[in-house]
Design a protein around this ligand. Structure first.
Ligand SMILES: Nc1ncnc2c1ncn2[C@@H]1O[C@H](COP(=O)(O)OP(=O)(O)O)[C@@H](O)[C@H]1O
Ligand SMILES: [Mg+2]
Length: 390
């Protein structure tokens, strides 16, 4: 029997459109003999919609129309099964049972653990990292702190809150200048280069911080690596077993590898989305660096407790000969399928692996004790004279 796989994409994030591309690519590559994909669009207003044509990219040309012509739905736990229901005239009508959910969202309020939490609460198996690791990875500042404590190095940086900046600008600017110009300023929780600027002097630094503060209350300021190689690889699995993909080198076009570079450049009718980034795959790097990347990627995913498929992005300083971990994406664009294809794993197989992992994770979770059947309130009347501790 085919598994009904709810593919959830969209979401309230600057990477909304990227997520649509990732999801439809994935659906196209699913083995339809094993899975029945049910595409579920999460609007920018955080409402779920279903339409049978949602597996076609043209359907999303006008996002307002998508909401008008699609069925507004709800996820319903109907123990032990999970279902989606259409909301029609204030009534619920069952549409499909859902065996598991495939999260294909990028960025804040989705890839950051929010959606993982939603499906944890519904007790539904889902493909994607858990709440904690997703949340850590979405925050560049907190992620660096955790990795640093485990001897995985980031480029010299400082992180601060909006209030730190406005309450003591001089202190923050001094700390940044101790790192030394040029600096790169990033909102802690965004992606796709949104809100990121480089600066070369104090005036530029203040401007860049104010730009980043339009997007986030947490800011990261880093040293710019001038003699830079950007190297990425993907990891698949969880704490018990992790496989690493081929390593790619990606090339900058503008000053910063921008949203344009990543998704829009060279876009044609049949654009392959994230696949169209300028890259060399496999990257031409020596064996020592390859091993360092692979080992660091596996350690990093283990430290943050990631599961599923992640992309781990590195910055390599050629003149220093030093490797730094830049960021981890727990739901990478295109699920980083091209990095696996370069290693001989077809996209179809990657999807199979992810689904097996998700189902195993769910089963393991359910073997652990999470509650007791005893009802405290049914105990003898004077039980509450004692102290209750939790
Ligand atoms: N410390 C740095 N030195 C030089 N370039 C950097 C540095 N940090 C980021 N960049 C450039 O900016 C791009 C976006 O930064 P990144 O931290 O990856 O943010 P995002 O989450 O938006 O992808 C990188 O792909 C790289 O091209
Ligand atoms: Mg990046």
């Amino acid at each position: 029997m085919r598994l009904n796989v709810g593919v959830v994409f969209g979401g309230k994030s600057v990477e909304h459109e990227v997520s649509i591309i990732s999801a439809l690519q994935m659906v196209e590559n699913m083995n339809k003999l094993k899975y029945n994909p049910i595409t579920i669009y999460l609007s920018k207003e955080n409402e779920f919609y279903y339409h049978k044509d949602m597996n076609k990219i043209d359907f999303f040309k006008d996002l307002n129309r998508v909401k008008l012509v699609s069925k507004k739905i709800l996820f319903q736990k109907n123990h032990p099964s999970n279902e989606i229901h259409e909301i029609k005239n204030n009534r619920l009508k069952k549409l499909y049972p859902i065996d598991l959910v495939f999260l294909l969202v990028h960025g804040t309020t989705s890839e950051d653990g929010t959606l993982s939490a939603f499906f944890e609460l519904l007790d539904m198996p889902y493909v994607g990292s858990g709440i904690l690791s997703s949340a850590i990875n979405q925050n560049k500042w907190k992620m660096k702190q955790i990795l640093e404590n485990n001897n995985i190095q980031s480029v010299s940086y400082i992180g601060f809150y909006e209030s730190d900046y406005y309450n003591n600008k001089e202190h923050i600017i001094r700390k940044c200048e101790e790192i030394g110009y040029p600096l790169i300023i990033k909102p802690a929780s965004l992606g796709s280069s949104v809100g990121i600027t480089k600066c070369y002097d104090r005036e530029g630094l203040n401007k860049a911080i104010i730009t980043s503060l339009q997007y986030d209350v947490e800011i990261v300021v880093e040293k710019v690596i001038l003699d830079l190689l950007e190297l990425n690889c993907s990891a698949l699995g969880d704490y018990s077993n992790l496989e690493v993909s081929s390593i790619e080198q990606v090339f900058q076009k503008d000053e910063i590898l921008s949203y344009q570079d990543k998704y829009l450049r060279g876009k044609t009718k049949n654009s392959k989305g994230m696949e169209s980034t300028n890259r060399e795959l496999p990257a031409k790097i020596n064996e020592k660096l390859r091993l360092e990347i692979e080992t660091t990627a596996v350690n990093a995913i283990k430290i943050i407790g990631g599961s599923g498929v992640s992309r781990i992005d590195f910055l390599y300083d050629k003149s220093e000969g030093k490797l730094y971990l830049n960021e981890i994406n727990t739901i990478p664009g295109s699920l980083a399928f091209y990095l696996w294809a370069a290693k001989g794993k077809e996209y179809k197989t990657l999807i199979d692996d992810l689904i097996v992992l998700a189902l195993n994770k769910y089963r393991t979770k359910n073997t652990k004790i999470s509650s007791y059947d005893t009802n405290l309130l049914s105990l003898p009347k004077n039980f509450n004279k004692g102290k209750i501790s939790n």
